[in-house]
Design a protein around this ligand. Structure first.
Ligand code: ADP
Ligand code: MG
Length: 331
């Protein structure tokens, strides 16, 4: 039974780790009864209900752009997840929670409170890029500059880390979910095809790419004709999806450039050597590393287990809470 756990509440997924193991990985979704406001389901079960709910049930994603948008629902979700991950243990765990680098004091307190009401004995907060870097295997306390770019669902966080601290950081509100929205808009414009968010995400995962491919991928997309309202299928290829998401990709690259420009020269020189590490689900988009490398002449590496980096970092920090004290955010 884990007594120290790390939690990453993302816009898309919530992941709980104990040391180096993922012990829970579920969508950040809660299904609520509209009749009495009770929580009907959380996580995977609730996500399946998204878009398929009957009229007395609504499925909500309580975390928006990495920040808690709905406190009560987030707390209920977290309670259910912690209970599941700790197998209903009555012992209260020490919890390390990752938070976006630029949240306000009020938001920090809200996240901490959510952790305490979910049953934690003590909650430590760590900045998400720091957790991502630890989870990606970067030695964050060395006196060497490293750059981590975490591309999640709602936000891309870009940070330069050295000596156990974040030296420069910025976040861009363009990440994986924006790609889905771009695909929806493109398909509507070009083919009068209306798509749901889940289908758009499938298209991105199956054929999305950031760079031209030797053999472009193609798939049949099922949607609804936006004029007649009838079901319709369209065959699209990866070059079209690339065109759809190109502006969003450019915004992420501009964000990285802006952070590099603000980075002190010695640390920038380190990054030119050590490279940029990508984490988050968005980092799994085909060819993204290559595109960034083409635009910014620095080596780019995709972290191992990109979607778990932040959570693994919190898990590791939780099991070494005493030694890691200086990287947690102040009380
Ligand atoms: P968050 O931390 O915001 O919860 P994640 O790091 O879990 O986000 O990343 C979620 C995003 O990654 C979603 O937009 C999802 O569509 C995207 N994603 C997941 N797998 C892939 C893939 N194979 N290709 C492209 N995008 C992906
Ligand atoms: Mg994340």
């Amino acid at each position: 039974m884990p007594l120290e756990i790390g939690i990453d509440i993302g816009t898309s997924n919530t992941i709980i780790c104990s040391k180096d193991n993922v012990i829970l990985d579920e969508p950040s979704v809660v299904a609520i009864s509209e009749l009495d406001g009770t929580v009907v389901a959380v996580g995977s079960e609730a996500k399946e209900m998204l878009g398929r709910t009957h009229k007395n049930l609504c499925a909500i994603t309580p975390v928006k752009e990495g920040v808690i948008a709905n406190f009560d629902t987030t707390t209920s979700m977290l309670k259910a997840f912690v209970k599941k991950a700790t197998k209903n243990s009555f012992l209260r765990p020490v919890v390390v929670m990752a938070i976006p680098a630029c949240v306000t004091e009020v938001e920090k307190r809200a996240i901490k409170e959510a952790g305490m009401s979910a049953g934690a004995k003590k909650v430590y907060l760590i900045e998400e890029p720091m957790a991502a870097a630890i989870g990606a295997g970067i030695e964050v306390s060395r006196p060497v500059g490293s750059m981590i770019v975490d591309i999640g669902g709602g936000v891309t966080e870009i940070a330069v880390i050295s000596l156990g601290g974040i030296v420069v950081s910025d976040s861009v509100k363009v990440a994986g979910n924006r790609f889905d929205e771009d695909i929806i808009a493109y398909m509507k414009r070009k083919y009068n095809l209306s798509l749901g968010a889940i289908t758009a995400e499938e298209v991105k995962v199956q054929i999305g790419s950031a760079c031209p491919m030797k053999d472009e991928l193609r798939m049949e997309v099922h949607g609804r004709d936006s004029v007649s309202g009838l079901p319709k299928n369209v065959s699209v290829d990866s070059s079209e999806i690339r065109e759809a998401i190109s502006e969003s990709l450019e915004m992420i690259i501009d964000g990285i450039k802006a952070v590099l420009e603000k980075t002190p020269p010695e640390l920038a020189a380190d990054i030119y050597e050590t490279g940029i590490v990508l984490s988050g689900g968005g980092a799994t988009l085909r060819g993204l590393g290559m595109l960034i490398n083409k635009n910014i002449d620095i080596p780019v590496y995709i972290a191992e287990e990109p979607m778990h980096c932040v959570a693994l970092g919190t898990g590791r920090a939780a099991s070494n809470a005493k030694e890691m004290k200086n990287i947690f955010l102040g009380e």
